[in-house]
Design a protein around this ligand. Sequence first.
Ligand code: NAD
Length: 492
Amino acid sequence: MKTALLPAVKSFLAAQPLPMYVGGRFVPAAAGQTFETRDPGTGEVLAKVAAGDAADVDAAVAAAQKAFHQAGWAAMPSNDRAVLLHRLADLVDKHAHALAQIESLDVGKPLAQAAGFDIPDAGRALRYFADLAVHTRLREPIGLKAMEAYTLRVPYGACGFILPWNFPFMLLGWNLAPALAAGNTVVLKPAENTPLSSLYFCRLAQEAGIPDGVINVVPGLGRAAGAALAQHAGPARIAFTGSPEVGRRVAEAAGRNLIPCKLELGGKGAAVLFDDVDIAQTAGQLAGAITLNTGQVCCTATRWLVHERIYDRFVDAVRARLEKVRLGHGLDPLTEMGPVVSEKQRRRVLGYLEKGRAQGAQAVLEGGPAAAGDGYFVKPALLAGDPDNICAQEEIFGPVAYLLKFKTQEQAINLVNRSRYGLANSVWSADWERARRVAEALVAGNSWINAHNVFAYGLPYGGVNLSGLGGGVNSPQALHDYLRQQTIARPL
Ligand code: NAD
């Protein structure tokens, strides 16, 4: 039985079409266009939403620029901004249940995950960066002979954000919080599959007293609103999180305007399991890595390299665990894994399984379409075989892992490092020295030991190669990304 919707969620969804938020006002799209967002658990339309295009992006960038120069946000001392950002985080917490229901409905993820992680984590991001900004030195003297000199750190201006659909609210927090805490203003284009929690957030921003124009949200299609923001000459910076294909286009467009562009892209994370691991426990954790968010997690472990001595026992244990995973609607409290986000994503996952098998991969656990209602459900799948198989190489973004057997440490390192991605890998062993050596040899932004998907504020996160331009997400580096450095010097 599904959890009943809260009155706040019902009234939010009733006010359709849902407007965008520009300059502190909730407005329809200039051209009057709308698009639909669906409940992936049923396939039904959840809401009609204003579909922004170039005119709306123009208005939002202009509002953000005006607010940057006139709203007092940029000039405000960091601790005054922190008070407002803490107030906003308090409102996120106060509305956490409504936000979690909205996120669960829009993405398809289990309500417990949205309520226990995604939503509170956005609040944590706001608090972390607000506090960090208070303690960040904005003037640093430089000791030079015959010169009075110092560097000054100031916000850039209006910053643009284009975000994906897998963790819409959490990524809103991770992205907007450092920019806002540093004194920038923002224009966000959420993913068209999942615009709802970002729009609900605008109400909270208004209630918290964030000055008009500091936060602007323009929902819309990638090829319209997203492309317009990427191509716009107005933003001082652009941040994109999503696929390498679109990231390339966004970076190209920003590059033409010489606008700095941050990219956080996809991944094909590996987990290397040595023969001294606790097999049952590791099997449980890796099964969790591909069922978390139905495998739609950029940094999760989807290539499992298992030492030949434990391979068969590990495969039996993990298959038994995955066969029992309970699929269902995100609002059903018994659901362990929800649907994928859309019919398009479902076709993508099933297409990869087909192509992988056609190239000779062995199906250790069949996976495939699941009959759990009319939603976009797929069962967990395990493939094994050649490391050059398409399913061992490309990001599938669904509940699928690819098994590879290894004999020596060097072989494992080479197998991991042949990926074109470089986001996150993990090493599993009771021998921590060996685990550390291997972790250091893996080429990626993050190497985790005896765990996968490890996040903490202060622990920099980011990707290299096809996974991005090395972000330093959730660390002081992210705050500094949003502070422009200026040198002041006076010869004595
Ligand atoms: P996507 O690249 O299709 O879309 C991301 C965003 O770009 C959306 O808002 C979309 O509307 C917009 N967009 C689409 N076409 C555009 C265009 N031509 N110009 C400008 N914007 C455009 O990605 P997705 O399917 O939403 O998300 C999945 C991808 O995101 C996966 O590759 C995943 O690994 C990656 N991801 C990475 C991280 C990270 O931190 N590295 C986090 C989450 C997701």
